[in-house]
Ligand binder design. Structure first.
Ligand code: BEZ
Length: 187
């Protein structure tokens, strides 16, 4: 994708609550046909190689969707921001193109969805099965026990889950996988 086009970066994990990138505009957003799962090991942000944490990736799910936040990057900065993110998110993720529905924030919450939301060509990061940090599915209690033990340079794995849960709640989005994991961490 050329940097002469608007660049929309879709975040569904820490990019929702800690984008740490310059952006021109941000919008709540939905991608259809994908769901969010804690199926990626983190050995460099929320865990360490000998005790990895679990972070989210997008998993194909034809009947489902994933809500997140999309950031419009300044055209002049986009290449540099993406190059930095390619390094920051190098733990097995690859950049991929994705269709993103744009929604609206009103007082930090998601406004009612229009009948026909605008769809733009966006970019996101994806940890495909088989990448070197792919953790794959596991029972939620097993995921919780791994999360509770893990911590890395960006903070504890439990805080990552709680911050994601809080950010989705603030938007009024219910993601049952995130809610179930956050609930187990509170137990
Ligand atoms: C995210 O926050 O959306 C994200 C960032 C890097 C890799 C995967 C997901």
């Amino acid at each position: 994708m050329s940097a002469a086009q608007p660049v929309w970066l879709f975040g569904y994990g820490s990019l929702i609550f800690r984008p740490a990138i310059p952006f021109v505009e941000r919008r709540p957003a939905r991608v259809r046909g994908w769901t969010r799962r804690f199926w990626q090991w983190s050995t460099d942000h929320r865990g360490e190689p000998w005790r990895p944490g679990r972070v989210v990736t997008l998993v194909p799910a034809p009947e489902d969707c994933c809500w997140g936040m999309v950031y419009r990057l300044a055209e002049a900065d986009a290449d540099a921001i993406l190059a930095d993110l390619d390094v920051r998110e190098r733990g097995g993720y690859v950049r991929m193109e994705i269709e993103v529905e744009l929604h609206t924030l009103v007082e930090q919450a998601l406004a009612p969805s229009p009948a026909s939301p605008q769809v733009v060509a966006g970019l996101t990061y994806q940890g495909w099965p088989g990448n070197r940090n792919y953790a794959g599915p596991a029972p939620i209690d097993e995921i919780a026990s791994q999360v509770i033990l893990a911590t890395g340079p960006s903070g504890t794995n439990a805080d990552y889950v709680r911050d994601l849960d809080t950010a989705l709640n603030a938007l009024g989005v219910e993601d049952t996988h995130v809610v179930a994991l956050a609930a187990r961490l509170g137990e």
